[in-house]
Design a protein around this ligand. Structure first.
Ligand SMILES: [Zn+2]
Length: 107
């Protein structure tokens, strides 16, 4: 069982490494952000609380903001990426996103 857990960990680590290499090859630029608490942070008010996350739904216990949990987390990740990008270089365009992604994240 322990060996299987180690194997699963190795597969996961390799998978993410491969995905990152593919992204870096294809994308104009890849910005890695700290993912901690992105699923527990309210994209509307910034409040961090594990109780706001309920399965696929997010409802902020501080301000009542409600959204799909994945979209709420995506907005937080996008904000962190843009903050890193703008903090480092204002002249570089962000990695392109599809119109659908951009429309949903801008909402
Ligand atoms: Zn909130």
């Amino acid at each position: 069982m322990k060996a299987k857990a180690g194997l699963n960990r190795e597969i996961l680590a390799t998978g993410w490494g491969t995905l990152r290499r593919m992204l870096e090859y294809k994308a104009l630029r890849v910005i890695a952000v700290d993912p901690r608490h992105t699923s527990q942070t309210c994209a509307a008010c910034g409040h961090v609380d594990a109780r706001s996350r309920r399965a696929r739904a997010f409802e902020c216990v501080a301000c009542g903001h409600a959204d799909h949990a994945d979209l709420n987390a995506a907005r937080n990740i996008r904000r962190r990426g843009l903050a890193l990008l703008h903090g480092e270089e204002r002249s570089v365009l962000p990695t392109p996103v599809t119109r659908e992604t951009d429309r949903r994240l801008a909402a």
